[in-house]
Design a protein around this ligand. Structure first.
Ligand SMILES: *Cc1c(COP(=O)(O)O)cnc(C)c1O
Length: 360
């Protein structure tokens, strides 16, 4: 068996150790004689997985007691709708527009006829940066940001401060670095980029926000419903949560989130170094001070589509997958999430250097 180096943007790489563990337990989980997939979500064996995952997330991500950890479905995209449904109170809601995912979130707030203000946008420069000095009003119902812009490869270094509840879409950088919970009121993430398989959506919400929701919101779409039922109001995505739990254990065995952050910084430095030291052969999409540690989007000089296609072909021949850039900016994108190893990044950088030397 040969595992590929997976640079896909999502669903994306899962640590081999995690998949091996899941394989080992697939037919007979812990001597139960059944797969965890076949277990009732009300059973003791599943309960340990479910609460184990929550406890491990609280420990590793240092989530304070006054936050609720929820497992929902519908992807991050359902959160674009649930956030305004639950937190909009008829006042103003404020968004920073840093890319396609922010725009989709704004669109969902528009559908609900909220009074929306876009306080900052980098659309004019093809979303190549996080706008400077984003200022949210303190009286907004909520303020909204996308922590890491998966397509354009930009990422907030720190979150803007505001007295309004701050909502953070962290779909593509959750668990990649420690966060300051004193600035965050609601964080959500589809698991399939940095936390597990698709099908699980993580929501971490400050408990004081749970009471805000209007009675007109369907029960299943209220955060309160899921909080009151420990995310067992209806059948949760049990197998996805099981894998998420294994990934949390993998992060713990890797030294925790600070240690993971350090490796992430090293991986990104190596890759951006290859771009910066290529004498202009490779051109990074993001401005340097907005560069993402998770998604590295770049072109070949003059956006040479022929050379870009040739390089993508070479990566595939070398056992690397998922490097084709998003159609909106073309070129290449290397997603270097937690589960993408330093070895994978080294192999890519080596190939990029060889390719540049051949074609410069
Ligand atoms: C992938 C992604 C989404 C959409 O996630 P789904 O789970 O497919 O709905 C939203 N936001 C960001 C930042 C993403 O990277």
């Amino acid at each position: 068996m040969k595992r590929a180096y997976n640079f896909g943007a999502g669903p994306s790489a899962i640590p081999t150790e995690v998949l091996e563990e899941a394989q080992k337990e697939l037919l007979d989980y812990n001597g139960s004689g059944i797969s965890i997939m076949e277990a009732s979500h009300r059973s003791k064996m599943y309960d340990e997985v479910h609460n184990g995952a929550i406890a491990m997330m609280r420990e590793l991500y240092e989530i304070p007691e006054d936050y609720e950890v929820l497992f929902l479905q519908g992807g991050a995209s359902l959160q674009f709708a649930m956030v305004p449904m639950n937190l909009g109170m008829g006042g103003k809601v404020e968004y920073a527009n840093t890319g396609s995912w922010s725009k989709k979130a704004i669109k969902e707030a528009k559908v609900q006829d909220l009074n929306i203000e876009i306080v900052a946008s980098s659309e004019e420069t093809a979303f190549d940066r996080i706008p400077e000095n984003i200022t949210f009003g303190d009286d907004a119902d909520y303020a909204y940001i996308t922590s890491n812009n998966t397509i354009y490869g930009t990422q907030y270094r720190t979150y803007p401060s505001t007295k309004a509840p701050l909502v953070v879409d962290a779909s593509s950088d959750i668990f990649s670095r420690p966060v300051d919970w004193s600035t965050i009121d609601l964080m959500f993430a589809g698991a399939q980029k940095n936390a597990g398989p698709s099908g699980v959506t993580i929501v971490i919400i400050k408990k004081e926000l749970l009471g805000r929701v209007k009675a007109s919101v369907p029960t299943i779409l209220q955060y309160k419903t899921h909080a009151e039922n420990n995310s067992l109001y209806n059948t949760p995505p049990t197998f996805g949560i099981y894998i998420l739990n294994l990934i949390m254990k993998w992060i713990k065995n890797s030294g925790g989130i600070k240690a993971i952050q350090k490796i992430n910084e090293e991986k990104a430095a190596l890759l951006y170094g290859a771009i910066d030291n290529s004498n202009g052969f490779y051109v990074g999409h993001a401005q340097k001070d907005s560069r993402s540690l998770m998604n590295v989007s770049f072109n070949i000089k003059d956006k040479n589509a022929e050379l870009e296609a040739a390089l993508i072909k070479r990566t595939e021949e070398s056992g690397m997958i998922g490097l084709k850039g998003h159609r909106s900016i073309g070129g290449l994108r290397a997603s270097i999430y937690n589960a993408v190893s330093m070895d994978a990044v080294k192999a890519l950088v080596e190939l990029m250097e060889t390719f540049a030397a051949e074609n410069q």
